[in-house]
Write a protein that binds this ligand. Sequence first.
Ligand code: UT7
Length: 328
Amino acid sequence: MNAIIRSVGAYVPKKRMSNDDVAKMVDTSDEWILSHTGIKNRHIAAEDEATSDLAYKAADVALKRADLTSADIDLILVATCTPDYVGFPSTACIVQDKLKAHHAGCLDISAACTGFIYGLEIAKNFVLTGAGKNILVIGAELLSRTVDWSDRNTCVLFGDGAGAAVITTGNAKSNGIINSVLQAEGQGADLLKRPVGGTRTPFIEGKHKESDLMTKMAGQEVYHFAIRVIIATIKKLLNVNGLTMDDLAYIIPHQANIRIIQAACKRAKLPLDKFYLNIDEYANTSAASIPIALNEMHEKKMLKTGDLVLTVGFGGGLTYGGNLIQWA
Ligand code: UT7
């Protein structure tokens, strides 16, 4: 038996913010953002939208495409670092209620930008052990509400969106989710975090500022970490499976910065044209970036049954990893 991606879906908010729009708020420019990151636009959620709303819309598309109803879903996994609520209830529970998938177990995955990759491997094992038949894995983020819009080091980088996949038992045409690399370097936890608001440093009025609640990042350190682990993950997945780069149809990387991908390709002599990139339109949507890309590739009819694709991601934690998947 195997576990396949039976369908994908995505939703990005309608509101589109260009680099020029961001430059009206902080001291930056289209030229700087584009040349340093590859980003041109990002999508921003409406005031009345929360992460679960984006997740629900992406999941609804994936469910319809899988020809399943919400009653068929056994487990909902929402990978997010921008949940509707701090701690609980999980965003997955809110999504369950919106979908009326009342038979499904629910939990959020906190692995930042690597969350969807972790989710696929968890779902695969859930299916393979027989614990459930149909799993919804969603990557959903509303990062625009967790950045300091006066900090040009971070606010230019992120966007909002969601992507979803339905994982089910497969068929003989595809090996589905073959295997994964799930790793972390917890010693790098301080490099990317929201420093205040958790149990380590609760928000105290008068002591902390609102901006202390927002994302802080040591950009250069994360940049170098990302290049290193992208190369390590791709090499490991190829080696473990006895494959070469020629066997892959595409690599779908977490979309954080086009320069990170270019630098990894240059250092490890990887073919840049195998990497699917859409960072120009959506910026960094953390756990949503890989499923949004998969959905876009599906809609462009780029993915054929039997194609081998490799995902690779990295982010806060610091987490990293990848999945080798044969498209079903
Ligand atoms: O999802 C996973 C997590 N995130 C990432 O993977 C991001 C990893 N890091 C990066 O992608 C890059 O480090 C950044 C895009 C964040 C920054 O690019 P950089 O080329 O590493 O810039 P830098 O931090 O070395 O800054 C260079 C200069 C600085 O000015 P000075 O000190 O040289 O005068 C910054 O103040 O660029 C300045 N700068 C900006 N200037 C205009 C930083 N942000 C901006 C900006 N607009 N938005």
